[in-house]
Design a protein around this ligand. Structure first.
Ligand code: GSH
Length: 233
């Protein structure tokens, strides 16, 4: 039995937002009760906690609800950050948060902000679902953001020689972009970005949080996210 004083995390394995929340929790070394959901059959308990109906959602033992993936990452890493991924200075943190927002496009709606990487990514990957979207045009628009990232990755990671918040917050979207047409992606002149994505996909935090779990149903026990035991970065 998993103790019921642990936070509950509603998650969907393949969702990039849920991925980054799980990575944040994993890096913090926090134990949670994982409820794997299907987007087409969201549990009533999750919708009651967060009526907007997006994953991830975290319900803390005191009843507080975190319904934004970045807030879950920040909450977890503020509890404990043994790998030192949170930027220490306020200015550096603000700079990272604004870079992250250029990529995730998170705003007060449930759709990514126009003029973000995620906006173009969705219109590229799911062009037929977006009126007026042409996959190649959207892909070219998204590529501009990656070209901007490329020189930053000269040091190996977004903000220097060690992985930090922005790497883990952005990489799941770059993964989604790359997987849309892997051959095309691999042929772009973005060697640093390609190496960085290879690092992320093979990294301990990412592989650990991509384990498969059965769908959670009311009354069933939750799953455990792996908890790291020794330094990983
Ligand atoms: N701003 C939210 C976005 C989360 C989001 O859009 N998640 C998608 C799945 S990747 C979702 O739950 N969509 C609702 C649906 O498909 O029903 C966050 O950062 O957590």
């Amino acid at each position: 039995m998993i103790p019921d004083d642990q936070p509950i995390l509603y998650s969907f394995r393949r969702c990039p937002f849920a991925m980054r929340a799980r990575v944040g929790i994993y890096l913090a070394g926090i134990e949670v009760r994982l409820r794997e959901v299907l987007l087409r059959a969201k549990p009533a308990e999750m919708l009651e906690a967060s009526p907007k109906g997006t994953v991830p959602v975290m319900v803390l033992p005191d009843g507080q609800v975190l319904e934004e993936s970045l807030d879950i990452m920040l909450w977890a890493l503020e509890q404990s950050d043994p790998e030192g991924v949170l930027p220490k200075e306020a200015r550096a943190r603000d700079e990272m948060l604004s870079l992250i927002n250029r990529f995730d496009g998170v705003n007060e709606t449930t759709k990514p902000r126009v003029g973000s990487f995620k906006y173009h990514l969705d219109r590229y990957k799911y062009a037929t679902r977006h009126e007026g979207a042409k996959a190649e045009i959207e892909r070219a628009a998204a590529l501009i953001y990656l070209k901007e990232l490329e020189p930053r990755l000269e040091t190996g990671f977004v903000a220097g020689a060690r992985p930090g918040l922005a790497d883990f917050a952005i990489a799941p979207f770059v993964r989604q972009f790359a997987n849309t047409d892997r051959v095309w992606f691999d042929n772009q002149p973005l060697p640093q970005l390609q190496d960085w994505l290879t690092w992320f996909l093979a990294s301990d935090p990412f592989t650990a949080i991509m384990e498969k779990y059965p769908q959670w149903r009311t009354g069933e026990p939750e799953q455990r996210l792996p908890v790291k035991e020794s330094p990983i970065l």
